[in-house]
Design a protein around this ligand. Structure first.
Ligand code: 3H9
Length: 689
């Protein structure tokens, strides 16, 4: 068979198999057929003494073809091909370059040795797809580096750099000319006929303890539990048996709802990073940035730039504020050093990328300026007008506002088409989501620049329209509002929070409020002109959350919430004052009351064009708000609940509370009546996508 997907060339007695299956050399069916054919030929040719596996393009192989996971696999299977590699008498050496992940990395683990280029990355990110490694990763990696390091690597979906992989004993060498080095090593092994053996699994007790610790954090996700079982098998099964067990578990996960949801997210994340139809633009170069405002957000944003190796000027009119901001940044980096994430030299390198200044004119060399000052429109407009005067024509002006009108700020400049919202989430250097807010006049080049920036900073972008709260916070406000109403109607803060954490989120709304500070949300309410009686009463009592030791809960150690009868009394008072009749709520009822109105708001957002795709809302909720990824995101989950059911429930809520906002949105009603889903809407092209 002659294939261009995998070609066999000769370097003397070494067969070099080169995979060329763009865009990422995924293990699609035709690629597996071609790979097996080349391996068979190399194996049966007596003039070949060793084999090298290499790849064209940006990676050796990024793993299984995720697009083919919806159907049962056909043709030769990856685990069988890799077994064949492992069993070959002739040494097989992998030449690894680029992000070599999942099945691609497992292919290299089946080889007798591995060489990587300095830019290579390796990892098993299957858990991010609701899967476990299914082609030998759960027993070959533990045997090579130990069960605990293997568990850590797989459970975190972390990618190892070539240097880290070398240190861990995953690879044998790092070389610039990785293919040539692999050929040399293959020859050497053919002469020696002996490959390096692995470190071994290590002690069962250590693995067991590490696994228990991991599982405490897994919440509702299935794959981490299955992973622990699969790695555990490596202790008492031979390869063939372990492979069979791994394959059965892998296939069960592949056909289950959690993996389907996470695969949806994989493609949703990529779609969210593209400009919507009808919009075109070219990203402008970004060599230097300026961040104005050295508070928590501004400092965090400056860290994002420094982490990405981009120079940034951090400006604060107050010298004291600037000093405090820099000290906070250094402290954060020191924590990273103490946790072994970076070393002391890297800390200094990152600090050196941040140039502090008190004069706004220091922003003049920037290609992008991001303001992160107080949420005060007059202040922001003044700043934008000044920046517009100071900065070169090409510079993009961005605001980190989480609630104010982008267009009002843009109107203070002569370049409204180059004004954009960049809504980072707190802590900015940690949270992955970046809402890119498109003003009425923001042009394609500016959006393309914002998307490129987001990629450089390692963020997950989503382009959203301009409205109070944009997409994420506007939807969240519905949940907060319902949570407060539930209190008035008789649910306790702990009932409400439990419904949310049992759903799979890290924190309930009241724990979150206590952490953020009740005064913070009170300010937002004031600016947006609405009231929440229980929250307002707690604020009036000075119960501002964790920082005052009391909020919706009381805190003895500063962070563990303890239910407080004083809060129950406040709630009862408010209910009496408002004449609300109290009753009990089941956990299911609470969950529906909190999440269905969010879906309803999501539908309104889609109808208004504030989000282009329902999958963008999924991405926003998973990466900005901790919505469980294994549920696929808010709107994907809504489809699974059934839109008819949601509409019926919302009508009931509206009747009970008299709240018109709870009436089903027209789009939601229409879809439910037609028996359609948000996914149908997106694939029919009625919204972008
Ligand atoms: C697995 O391997 C299971 C095994 O254990 C068992 C097997 C039996 N399949 O991200 P990009 C597409 S599970 C299909 O924009 P980058 C992607 O959709 C798999 N398509 O580029 C996009 O298409 P489009 C474990 C894939 O440079 C284009 O390639 N592996 C796959 O920013 C470019 O992608 C993973 O989870 C795939 N595996 O990042 C790795 N990968 O242009 C998943 C990519 O039409 N991939 N595409 O939108 C990645 O993490 C990144 O794509 C990668 C490149 C780092 C490789």
């Amino acid at each position: 068979m002659n294939s261009t997907t995998v070609t066999l060339t000769r370097d003397g007695e070494v067969a070099v198999l080169v995979i060329d299956n763009p865009p990422v050399n995924a293990l699609s069916e035709h690629m597996r057929v071609a790979l097996k054919d080349c391996l068979d030929r190399a194996d049966s040719d007596d003039t070949i003494r060793a084999v090298v596996l290499a790849g064209e393009g940006r990676t050796l192989c990024a793993g299984a073809d995720i697009r083919q996971f919806g159907a049962p696999p056909k043709g030769p299977l990856s685990p069988d091909i890799f077994m064949q590699i492992a069993a070959m008498k002739k040494p097989v050496v992998a030449a690894i370059h680029g992000p070599t992940l999942g099945g691609g990395f497992e292919m290299t683990l089946a080889c007798h040795a591995r060489v990587a280029s300095p830019d290579a990355e390796m990892g098993l990110p299957e858990l991010k797809l609701g899967l476990i490694p299914g082609a030998g990763g759960t027993y070959r990696l533990p045997r090579l580096i130990g069960a605990v390091p293997a568990l850590d690597l797989i459970a975190s979906s972390q990618r190892l750099s070539a240097a880290e992989a070398l240190e861990l004993g995953v690879i044998d060498a790092v070389a610039e000319d990785v293919r040539a080095k692999a050929v040399d090593l293959a020859r050497e092994l053919a002469d020696r006929e002996q490959a390096r053996s692995g470190a071994g699994l290590g002690a069962w007790a250590d693995f067991d303890a590490a696994a228990k610790k991991r599982l405490r954090r897994a919440r509702g996700a299935q794959a981490p539990r299955v992973l622990v079982k699969a790695i555990g098998n490596a202790f008492d099964m031979e390869d063939t048996e372990a492979q069979r067990a791994e394959q059965a578990m892998f296939q069960e996960l592949r056909t289950g709802p959690q993996s389907a949801a996470m695969r949806h997210l994989f493609f949703a994340e990529r779609a969210a990073g593209r400009l919507a139809d009808g919009l075109a633009g070219t990203a402008r170069p970004l060599r230097r940035a300026a961040v104005i405002g050295a508070g928590t957000m501004g400092g965090g944003i400056a860290m994002c730039f420094a982490d990405a190796g981009l120079p940034v000027t951090l400006i604060d009119a107050s010298a004291d504020g600037l000093e405090a901001g820099l000290a906070r940044i250094r402290k954060n980096y020191e924590i990273s050093v103490s946790r072994g994430r970076i070393d002391a030299a890297e800390l200094e390198q990152r600090m050196a990328l941040i140039t502090p200044a008190t004069a706004l004119s220091a922003a003049s060399g920037a290609d992008i300026a991001i303001e992160a000052v107080f949420e005060d429109m007059a202040l922001k407009r003044k700043l934008f007008a000044e920046l517009d005067q100071l900065l070169p024509h090409h510079t993009v002006l961005a605001t980190n506002t989480s609630s104010l009108d982008i267009d009002e700020m843009a109107a203070a400049t002569k370049r409204p088409s180059q004004v954009v919202g960049l809504h980072f989430f707190s802590p900015a250097n940690v949270m992955k989501l970046l809402e890119i807010v498109r003003g009425a006049e923001t042009d394609g080049d500016t959006l393309a620049t914002a998307l490129m920036l987001s990629k450089c900073l390692g963020k997950q972008p989503a382009i959203v329209g301009n409205c109070p709260g944009f997409v994420g916070n506007r939807i969240l406000r519905q949940r907060h509002h319902q949570a407060e109403l539930l209190l008035e109607q008789g649910a306790s803060p702990q009932d409400v929070d439990r419904a949310v954490t049992d759903f799979g989120m890290a924190m309930g709304p009241f724990q979150m409020n206590d952490l953020a500070g009740l005064d913070v949300s009170a300010l937002v309410r004031k600016s947006q002109g609405y009231q929440l009686p229980v929250a307002d009463a707690l604020c009036a009592m000075g119960r501002l959350g964790q920082k005052t030791g009391k909020g919706y809960y009381r805190y003895e150690d500063g962070r563990t919430p303890i239910p407080d009868p004083a809060v129950d009394a406040v709630i009862a008072n408010v209910a009496e004052r408002l004449g609300v009749r109290q009753r009990s709520f089941s956990q299911d009822e609470i969950r529906e009351r909190l999440f269905y109105p969010m879906v309803n708001e999501g539908a309104r957002i889609l109808e208004e064009g504030i989000a282009g795709r329902s999958s963008d809302i999924d991405v926003i909720y998973v990466h900005g708000y901790g919505f469980p990824a294994w549920r696929g995101g808010l709107m994907y989950w809504a489809d699974a609940e059934g839109l008819g059911r949601i509409v019926a429930a919302l009508k009931g809520f509206a009747d009970e509370t008299g709240e018109s906002r709870l009436e089903p949105a027209p789009l939601l009603r229409r879809l439910a009546e037609a028996g359609e889903s948000f996914a149908d809407l997106q694939s029919n092209g009625k919204t972008e996508g």
